[in-house]
Design a protein around this ligand. Sequence first.
Ligand SMILES: O=C(O)c1ccccc1NCC(=O)[C@H](O)[C@H](O)COP(=O)(O)O
Length: 262
Amino acid sequence: MTILDKIIEQKKVEVQELKVIYSVQQSENVKKRPSLYESFKNLENIGVIAEVKRASPSKGVINDEVDPVAQAKAYAKAGAGAISVLTDRQFFKGSMADLSAVAEEVDLPLLCKDFMIDEVQIDVAKDHGASVILLIAAALPEERLRELYQYARSKELDVLFEVHDEEEAEMALRIGARIIGINNRNLKTFEVDLGVTERVASILKDSNCLLVSESGIRTKEDVEQVAEAGAKAILVGETLMRSPNITDTMNEIRIPLTKAVK
Ligand SMILES: O=C(O)c1ccccc1NCC(=O)[C@H](O)[C@H](O)COP(=O)(O)O
């Protein structure tokens, strides 16, 4: 059983609990946030989705002392275009409390980074302030992904549709995903290869999607490599979580987008 299988099995347990205990709030005063898709489509510099991530299966504890709100505010001040908050507790040491605390203090597009397999999780994410949810191609059959995609869009949420190979990218296009994340990390083996973005972006170059390169981005050269392949945004966790100076790190990775990739 791969780590992704273990995570999905855990989510099935969580969904059963949520279906019993959770009554959708959908409070009227949900903060209106800028659309991730619209705000990233015409940037001069590559868009940065900066992630609050205490720990992960591949790296263990990354930064267990972090104050998620302070981290997210530092990301915003340094020029991040959106914030991602890991909310999975068991494998990433995150929580919905982290998400709602960040939602209170930061007005940027806000991604609930969790493993969505059911509508109830999308309701919970929205009720805790998310404006974007994650769907992972490898996690569910295509028809179920399509149902969840349409459900999220019906709730006026953006969807980051995450793929890892050309076949999954084709699926994302069939479903109509307009924000497509290419994960450079193999979620089954943890191998990280920026060449995944180069290979998969070629499938997406003629689509009008917002292309996000995710995982394993450390340096300006890494960003140049994925931007050259067609990425207009990057999702960065560990590098920013370990940074001694978030502003300096953000200034290094938030490279200008040349005409070639606009
Ligand atoms: O990061 C992991 O170990 C991991 C393992 C299994 C499923 C998902 C995982 N990570 C989620 C992500 O995709 C990353 O948090 C995100 O892309 C940022 O990656 P990085 O900049 O390398 O922290």
